[in-house]
Design a protein around this ligand. Structure first.
Ligand SMILES: [Zn+2]
Length: 254
């Protein structure tokens, strides 16, 4: 009897690796590195798919024979199924990046569960048919806002408990200018502040070299980001090994 129980417990612990507190990064919590210093790059693309941008990024990835992860919004997946199909057919991973990109901050006590349900689990219903290339369900939180109560709520759900996330990033989080030079960059912030593509690119390259690789955040929303990726891979494509989130065993990084 005791041996059976022990085996059951072992089995349970082996299989309960995935959850919503695994790679938790949020404001007011220390940033945990996802995967630095291995000379490996993991490309991730958020907020799409977007016509005219995602297809261009897919062309670039194909040219370099690199697989990426697309953290899509469910409402975009509904609007652009042909882009979603192309992402999957070309072997990339699809992750969940919410339904409407609502940032999960300042949520009302009376309604936060409904919001999290919609933005994560209802989004999953839409995106799940495209998640076939990955070993796990991955989630990235809009704006990286996250709270332990969300993890607790989602881990009680049959689907939610199989997720790994929120997944943060190592490169591309913010624009930093030092002595007049772009030392780090975030594409959305570059375009908002009218930073030219080549300067934004130099920030991505500097941060990639400084960290010796890592999880790169790019948004497949603006054509400038697609252009920047082409140049980024032309410069770094042969200097780093390209991996996917599946290769990282993120469940071990709690
Ligand atoms: Zn986003």
């Amino acid at each position: 009897m005791k041996i059976t129980l022990l085996i059951c417990l072992l089995f349970t612990s082996i299989n309960s690796y995935a959850d919503f507190s695994s790679v938790v990064i949020g404001h007011n919590t220390p940033v945990k590195k996802v995967h630095r210093a291995q000379n490996e790059i993991i490309l991730t693309f958020d907020d799409g798919p977007t016509p005219g941008v995602t297809n261009r990024i897919l062309n670039t990835l194909k040219k370099h024979n690199i697989k990426g992860t697309f953290f899509v919004q469910a409402e975009n997946a509904i609007n652009y199924p042909e882009l979603m199909n192309r992402i999957v057919n070309e072997g990339h991973i699809v992750g969940n990046h919410s339904y409407t990109h609502q940032v999960l901050t300042n949520l009302e006590y009376s309604s936060w569960k409904q919001v999290v349900q919609k933005e994560v689990l209802d989004a999953h219903e839409v995106i799940a048919p495209y998640m076939t290339n990955a070993q796990h369900f991955y989630y990235r939180a809009p704006g990286s806002y996250w709270e332990p109560r969300f993890a607790q709520f989602l881990n009680e759900d049959e689907i939610g408990k199989n997720y790994i996330g929120p997944i943060h990033w190592d490169i591309g989080g913010k624009l930093e200018i030092r002595n007049g030079r772009v030392a780090k960059a975030a594409d959305w912030e570059c375009w908002r502040k009218k930073v030219p593509v080549n300067e934004c690119l130099s920030g991505y390259i500097a941060e990639t070299r400084q960290n010796a690789g890592g999880v790169v955040l790019i948004h497949d929303v603006s054509p400038q980001s697609a252009e920047m990726l082409e140049r980024y891979l032309a410069i770094l494509g042969n200097a780093f090994t390209f991996r996917t989130l599946d290769d990282l065993n993120l469940n071990d990084k709690k």
